[in-house]
Design a protein around this ligand. Structure first.
Ligand code: ZN
Length: 172
């Protein structure tokens, strides 16, 4: 496993659409393993393949709702994810490993259901609420070349950021 370099806003790759994965081979597994390592190293809540310069429909989301799970078990791998259901609404701060130091207020559904494939090509359905739902949306947006800064209602000021920093991190 290797750490991959996380590209930042301004890199045109972040605005491109990712292609679906068609082969569930070693190459995909190495990408997923490297992404896991990179996500953990960066202390984030989620990571999309385009953030490491790979324009493929692959994302990781950390689901912390089950505290019995180890940090490794909390990472959900999604290949070719599609949101199939959205319910209710939430509004809150959101950040991104590719947009360091910037947080914005973003409206997202409170509950999301996602259909995807696992690393071996098996169909899976996952769901999440709260921050996990936010993460699913944020990461799947990356696959469309969309950053949260484009849909944020507003960007937080330095003062608001300081207040937020005393709470838990929101790097997704
Ligand atoms: Zn992001």
């Amino acid at each position: 496993m290797a750490l991959r370099y996380i590209i930042e806003k301004g890199d045109p790759q972040l605005n491109k659409k990712s292609r679906p994965v068609t082969e569930f081979n070693d190459r995909l597994h190495i990408l997923l393993d490297d992404m896991r390592e990179t996500l953990k190293g960066a202390n984030g809540y989620g990571l999309a393949a385009p953030q490491v310069g790979v324009l493929r429909q692959v994302v990781l989301v950390v689901d912390t709702s089950d505290t019995m799970k180890t940090p490794d078990e909390q990472i959900i791998e999604l290949v070719n994810p599609v949101i199939t259901e959205m319910r209710d609404e939430q509004e809150g701060p959101e950040g991104c490993l590719s947009v360091p130091g910037i947080y914005g207020i973003v409206k997202r559904p409170r509950y999301v259901e996602v259909r995807a494939q696992d690393r071996n090509g098996n169909d899976i359905t996952v769901s999440g609420q709260g921050i996990t739902a936010r993460c699913f949306c944020h990461e799947i947006d990356h696959l469309q070349g969309r950053l949260f800064t484009e849909i944020a209602e507003r960007i937080l000021t330095d003062e608001e950021l300081e207040m937020l920093a005393t709470e838990e991190g929101n790097n997704v």
